[in-house]
Design a protein around this ligand. Structure first.
Ligand SMILES: [Cu+2]
Length: 338
């Protein structure tokens, strides 16, 4: 039986496409999509996964096919045919990736806009900032309460802002986030709560105002599919709406020092009642005896003690590492005196 090779190619192409489409939806690589922004990212990721699997199978398939089909047979000492250049082929394999990259670029920009991506250039437009302030000063007294997302406002421009349908509305809950070596501190300005955990009520529009105390950190909550740098001297923002109740990790995603790997916390998405109960507990504990030591008041040794004990690092070494060179000398002198 002799099947024409273009029929075989067609069938192989259909199989390859079907496998890619199936795998693009069933790769299982993503954790639960716990925010309303997450499906945008997942759609983009699944598309890229589909294309990647298709290309992977195509390239590897041709490679394996060629290795078997064109292998050297016993006794064959001849050279291969002298093939050099193929203009149509080169045009095709340049044009197809160019269109894929362009398409993904447009798609990802659309995702970013739909998530409420802020215009990064706005922050650099100091000329307009001055003009805006002068204009405002002439027309009316400067309002400190101007929403950060208004067109003329140039203070906050890095991160993810309100969902396009929520632009102009203020968030249901605002949390100030401070990244420092090596912890996240969450402050709730409305209630004055300071916490090492990020609690938020499900289904609400939450705005995180992110700052860094020392070096660049990055606030990453994989289940929300959002990540934003915390930059010293500059406020950044994330605005999101959690939609699945649960406990998720908060990870620092920017190498920020020796204990960067320990800079993790937890976010708890809970029902409105549970959130209110947590708020009341926090307020009550702040009024009376504090329940625990706030992270901010711990020295780095104290904060890291649970981790270092586990790893078998003794206090003296940790002291040397965290305090720097001056203390290294003191530490040695102390050892000599013993
Ligand atoms: Cu960090």
């Amino acid at each position: 039986m002799n099947i024409p090779s273009n029929i075989i190619t067609l069938i192989a192409g259909i199989f390859l496409t079907l496998i890619s489409l199936w795998f693009g939806q069933h790769h299982g690589l993503m954790p639960v999509a716990a925010s309303e922004e997450a499906p945008w990212i997942d759609g983009l990721f699944n598309t890229m996964m589909t294309i990647s699997i298709g290309l992977f199978l195509l390239v590897q398939g041709i490679l394996i096919f060629s290795i078997i089909k064109f292998r050297q047979r016993p006794g064959d000492e001849t050279d291969g045919p002298p093939i050099e250049g193929n203009i149509p082929l080169e045009i095709v394999w340049t044009a197809i990736p160019a269109m894929i990259v362009l398409g993904l670029g447009v798609y990802s920009f659309d995702v970013y806009t739909n998530m409420g991506g802020l215009d990064p250039m706005a922050s650099h437009d100091h000329g307009q900032e001055v003009a805006h302030m002068q204009g405002a000063a002439l027309a009316a007294p400067l309002s400190e309460e101007a929403p950060t997302l208004e067109k003329g406002d140039r203070r906050v421009a890095i991160g993810i802002g309100a969902d396009p349908k929520d632009i102009g509305k203020s968030a249901d809950l605002v949390v100030d986030v401070l990244g420092l070596q090596y912890a996240w501190i969450f402050t709730y300005p409305e209630t004055g709560i300071v916490s090492g955990e990020l609690h938020m009520p499900v289904g609400r529009d939450v705005q995180l105002n992110i700052k860094a105390a020392d070096v660049i950190h990055s606030l990453w909550i994989p289940q929300f599919r959002v990540k934003q740098d915390a930059i010293p001297g500059r406020e950044t923002q994330l605005r999101l709406r959690p939609r699945e109740m649960g406990t998720y990790p908060v990870v620092c995603a920017e190498l920020c020092g020796s204990y960067h790997g320990g800079m993790r916390s937890t976010t708890i998405v809970e029902s409105a009642e549970d959130f209110d109960q947590w708020v009341n507990e926090q307020i009550a504990s702040a009024d009376g005896e504090p329940l625990g030591t706030p992270v901010a008041n711990l020295s780095s040794e104290e904060y890291l003690a649970p981790y270092t004990q586990e790893m078998g690092i003794d206090g003296d070494i940790l002291d040397t590492v965290t305090r720097g060179r001056g203390d290294t000398v003191t530490g040695r002198r102390k050892d000599v005196g013993k």
